[in-house]
Design a protein around this ligand. Structure first.
Ligand SMILES: Cc1cc2nc3c(=O)[nH]c(=O)nc-3n(C[C@H](O)[C@H](O)[C@H](O)COP(=O)(O)O)c2cc1C
Length: 207
């Protein structure tokens, strides 16, 4: 698939089938994630793949307990919010049946002489985006999530995570149960300044 086509149709996919994803495809996606840049090529991130049903149930239930009522109570002032939050509600309720939950985890290792926490995220986020795009190119759906933070103690215990390992994000991955399609993003003119800051070119957040 053309890279630009993949990028421009790579919607957050919150509707995932429970059908299994072949290990070779998972390996391909994770390998593409390892190609992402990191500060000083420190590569201070690992990928924790959770496909064990009991563990997915523990994690999915903990996230659902922590998040379901919170998401249900969030306002949906327009179609964009309605679609996103309906999707999030669905995802929270179905996490345990996603074929694989991918946690990208990092350690505070860079720079070696004075490691900083910010460099953990600098390593995790590009890897996450590579992963998401590689999955899209193969027809797989993913969504970048941070809401798992609401259930972090249970997740850490379930996954035997040592205290010095940070969870950067969780990416559920599976075959999509909705269509990919065009993204709703600010156009070039609304986000590009020429040679100097030209003031607010748009309303924040997008209307
Ligand atoms: C740092 C970050 C955190 C996110 N956290 C969540 C999350 O916790 N739950 C969720 O459903 N989506 C989450 N998302 C996905 C965004 O909501 C999504 O990318 C955005 O709304 C654009 O949607 P689209 O790609 O479908 O156009 C997150 C994305 C990023 C980059």
């Amino acid at each position: 698939m053309d890279l630009f086509d993949a990028m421009s149709t790579c919607r957050a996919m919150r509707y995932l089938k429970s059908d299994p994803v072949e290990p070779d495809l998972i390996k391909k996606v994770i390998t593409a994630a390892t190609w992402a840049p990191s500060p000083g090529n420190s590569q201070g991130r690992d990928f924790l793949l959770v496909s064990d049903q009991d563990k997915k149930i523990k994690i999915g239930d903990a996230i659902e307990t922590a998040m379901a009522s919170r998401v249900a109570a969030m306002e949906r002032p327009d179609k964009t919010h309605r679609l996103m939050l309906d999707g999030t509600e669905h995802l929270v309720a179905t996490l345990k049946s996603c074929p694989v939950l991918i946690f990208i985890c990092g350690k505070k290792i860079y720079p070696a002489q004075a490691p900083r926490e910010s460099f953990i995220w600098s390593s995790i986020y590009p890897a996450a985006q590579n992963l998401i795009l590689a999955a899209r190119a193969l027809g797989l759906g993913t969504v970048f999530t941070t809401f798992q933070g609401a259930a972090e103690p249970t997740i850490r215990e379930t996954l035997s995570l040592p205290d010095d390992v940070y969870i950067g994000c969780m990416i559920p991955m599976g075959w999509p149960d909705k269509n990919f399609g065009p993204l709703n993003r600010e156009p070039f003119e609304n986000v590009v300044h020429h040679n100097q800051w030209q003031g607010d070119l748009r309303a924040y957040p997008p209307q």
